[in-house]
Design a protein around this ligand. Structure first.
Ligand code: ATP
Length: 386
């Protein structure tokens, strides 16, 4: 990225402020740390405000969550009134005593996504309904118990996170988002304790009648490092496995579900695979799903009459859901660019045409290739369990 790229510059500012905040924290200068964290958040929020569809926006949002949690923690520490700096877009619930005893860097989101927002994936939706939603509604119909661990695997950007969030929404439960890679790097030394805290919290909620979905993104990051233990990774991993066993303990009253997501299921070892009794493949969207996705994604955009979703869906074979989202954004960007570059401004932008889509498709190759798909199919043959 060049120096003049505004996103790169804002990102650099955010990074610099975060470093300065950390330095200040180390020196126990909490006032300065708070100020620097706020500046970092402002820079990231500016990116999201000006470039809401930037491919990194999910990461920026996540970072803002984390920084806000840190900020609350420091504000408590510095005994200052708690500021309301959380952006509306980021629907995080922070209340009570620092997220009610959840460790720092755990995100507790209030999902607004529903199954209807997710295009296709009918088989995955059905499997999830049977595994989680039916047992919650009628535990008496499941005398043999039901799975507490569900693995969603498949190519990146196919809706795994959306599925897990939609479940939490459907069961009126809480959604705890953990990024395994993040846990491993940020909880160094504290990992085991923090994993326990998360599950204690979830069990407590469930005892009070609120089901909890613990979603673990990049589950495979828990694996593959235990040959070279630096900060207690083996213990984190073992604690996690132990907690999962605890959930399975025949108790019909505990409604805590662990949904793990991975793009690399083959990196998981046997103890992990065994604890995720349901293993659900989340594939690339089929033609019908691509067409539905196009209609969802363009619902707020003015389209030319010549747009034919069926035809576009055909051209988008091999593209993931997030690729298609990016293409819709690229196509729309052409319209906006033209608007800003033109001399005589109309009241509004022109409709998006089929040519805009064609150009956008030409500029973006699918992010998943055939060899990768073959790997998923092979793993599915061996380990699928729905
Ligand atoms: P990763 O493995 O990279 O974390 P993921 O499989 O969890 O990806 P999501 O984060 O759920 O994917 O999806 C990324 C984005 O792509 C979503 O925010 C959404 O805009 C779009 N998307 C992907 N698949 C679908 C789908 N089936 N229906 C609707 N939107 C989708």
């Amino acid at each position: 990225m060049s120096e003049t790229n505004p996103v790169a510059m804002l990102e650099q500012t955010a990074r610099r402020k975060m470093h300065e905040a950390l330095d200040a924290e180390r020196n126990k200068d909490y006032e300065t740390a708070i100020d620097k964290y706020k500046k970092a958040i402002e820079a990231l929020e500016e990116i999201i405000r000006n470039y809401p569809d930037h491919p990194m926006s999910k990461i920026y949002r996540k970072t803002i969550y984390e920084l806000n949690l840190r900020l609350k923690y420091l504000e408590n520490k510095a005994s200052q009134p708690i500021g309301e700096t959380i952006s509306d877009e980021i629907k995080v619930e922070i209340k009570g005593d620092i997220n009610e005893n959840l460790p720092d860097f755990v995100l507790k989101e209030k999902p607004s996504v529903t199954f209807d927002d997710i295009a296709g994936l009918d088989e995955a939706k059905r499997a999830i309904r049977e595994a989680i939603i039916y047992p919650i509604k009628r535990p008496d119909l499941f005398p043999l118990g039901w799975p507490r661990g569900i693995l969603l695997y498949g190519p990146p950007g196919t809706g795994k996170t959306m599925l897990a969030a939609a479940v939490a929404n459907e069961i009126n439960g809480e959604f705890i988002y953990l990024d395994a890679a993040n846990i491993m790097s940020k909880w160094l030394g504290e990992g085991e304790k923090n994993v326990k805290k998360v599950f204690d919290y979830a069990r407590n909620k469930s005892k009070n009648g609120i089901p909890v979905i613990v979603f673990i993104d990049e589950l495979d990051a828990f694996l593959g490092i235990h040959t070279n233990e630096v900060g207690g990774e083996v213990r984190v991993r073992n604690q996690f496995l132990k907690e999962m066993d605890g959930l399975q303990d025949k108790s019909t009253t505990i409604h805590v579900y662990v949904i793990g997501a991975t793009n690399k299921p083959w990196a998981l070892d046997e103890p992990f695979i065994r604890r995720f009794q349901k293993r659900i493949y989340v594939p690339l969207p089929n033609k019908e799903a691509r067409s539905k996705l196009l209609s969802i994604l363009t619902s707020k955009v003015k389209l030319d009459d010549n747009i034919d979703f069926e035809k576009l869906a055909e051209m988008l074979e091999g593209y993931s859901g997030s690729d298609i989202r990016d293409i819709v954004q690229d196509a729309y960007m052409r319209v906006v660019r033209e608007y800003f570059e033109s001399e005589n401004k109309e009241e509004s932008v022109r409709p998006v045409t089929i040519d805009d889509f064609m150009e956008a498709i030409k500029q973006r190759r699918p992010s998943v290739n055939k060899e990768m798909l073959k790997l998923y199919e092979n793993w599915t043959e061996k380990f699928k369990a729905i």
